[in-house]
Design a protein around this ligand. Structure first.
Ligand code: BTN
Length: 333
């Protein structure tokens, strides 16, 4: 998917569209005070951004799939009472980068910054994070740990993975969610395909209170074009749940689960979440290769330690692999 940002004003046009009725270029133009040609130009090339808009000459435009745009009022109503400060921007470089800046400027604990489009979304290990317009969630949460210094945040990304998995199960409303699992240190997968990624960035002293920015990218409904343009197997909530959930509802559910899980992590660390994480571990007992250290480490996954370190049974004995800029690949059994 290209990283070209959607043109200025595009979201205002898109918010007028739905997947049932056609809206003419004239009507859209009048509504927004621009010409029909401007509308045409703004909607041109949208498939490149992962969103399919159908155009039928003489009838107008409509979305190929319904999209639930993020709604600041709805989110404030659902998350405000729980203590979240919700900020929504149509577009931003990276929600993590901006929230890190805001954190340094003293922004409040539990600020949640979401966006419809990131021009420089960042993934782990220096990768880009590309998400289709209207098809995923990209947001970051500022969490200030008062009682937990940086040195004690080892299992944080695993705890966030547990919160995400629980939120997905909430959305399934009691139906079993087959194939949902966690990959060390911080991917949420379904049948081996990526559903969500987590990027945690920290500020603070090793021994003092820690400020964290927890960035989450979650696939909600990816068009075929969007899937084809991504460089790894991906899946989305629509596939998993059998329906496309409202993105505001998904964000609300994830934030609520994060709130509870991070509260528990602050008080007790990763240890109480360890068993659940292991029960969701897609590589439990599997042979894997860890790359990113000076030399690769090969072994069978025994599980994770109480601080989130991966425990590998290697030829040289049990090794603890600390999370960081490493990658894990499954090997043939
Ligand atoms: C990964 O799996 O590589 C982590 C992806 C994290 C992506 C999210 S999207 C919101 C937040 N802002 C960013 O720039 N990245 C994270």
């Amino acid at each position: 998917m290209p990283t070209q940002p959607p043109p200025e004003g595009l979201l205002t046009v898109l918010r007028q569209l739905n997947a049932e009725t056609f809206v003419s270029g004239d009507e859209l133009g009048q509504c927004l005070g621009v010409s029909r040609a401007t509308i045409h130009n703004r909607l041109n090339g949208l498939a490149d951004l992962g969103l399919v808009v159908q155009r039928v000459p003489g009838r107008g435009y409509r979305l190929a799939h319904p999209v639930s745009w993020l709604d600041a009022e709805l989110l404030a109503a659902s998350l405000g009472p729980a203590g979240f400060q919700v900020r929504l921007l149509d577009r931003v470089g990276s929600t993590n980068s901006l929230l890190l800046e805001w954190a340094q400027a003293g922004c409040e604990h539990r600020t949640l910054l979401a966006t419809e489009w990131q021009t420089r979304g960042r993934g782990r290990r220096g990768r880009d994070w590309l998400a289709p317009l209207g098809g995923g969630l990209a947001f970051s949460l500022l969490w200030r740990f008062q009682q937990r210094p940086l040195a004690e945040l080892g299992g944080l990304s695993l705890a966030v993975g547990v919160a995400l998995a629980r939120a997905v199960e909430d959305l399934a409303e009691a139906a079993p969610v087959g194939g949902l699992g966690l990959k060390w240190p911080n991917d949420v997968l379904c049948q081996g395909a990526k559903l969500a990624g987590i990027l945690i960035e920290v500020q603070g002293d090793a021994l003092g209170p820690a400020t964290t920015v927890i960035g989450i990218g979650l696939n909600v409904h990816l068009s075929r074009t969007a899937r084809a343009s991504l460089d790894q197997p991906v899946t989305d909530l629509a596939d998993l749940l059998g329906y496309t959930p409202d993105r505001n509802r998904v964000l609300t559910q994830v934030a609520r689960r994060l709130d509870v899980t991070l509260g528990q992590f602050e008080a007790e660390g990763f240890a109480p979440l360890r068993q659940e994480w292991q029960s969701r571990n897609v590589h439990q007992g599997c042979p894997v290769r860890i790359a990113g250290y000076q030399t690769d480490v090969v072994g069978h996954v025994l599980g994770v330690d109480t601080d989130g370190a991966l425990l590998l049974d290697t030829q040289a004995g049990v090794r603890r692999i600390l999370s960081g800029e490493v990658s894990l690949r499954e090997l043939p059994a």
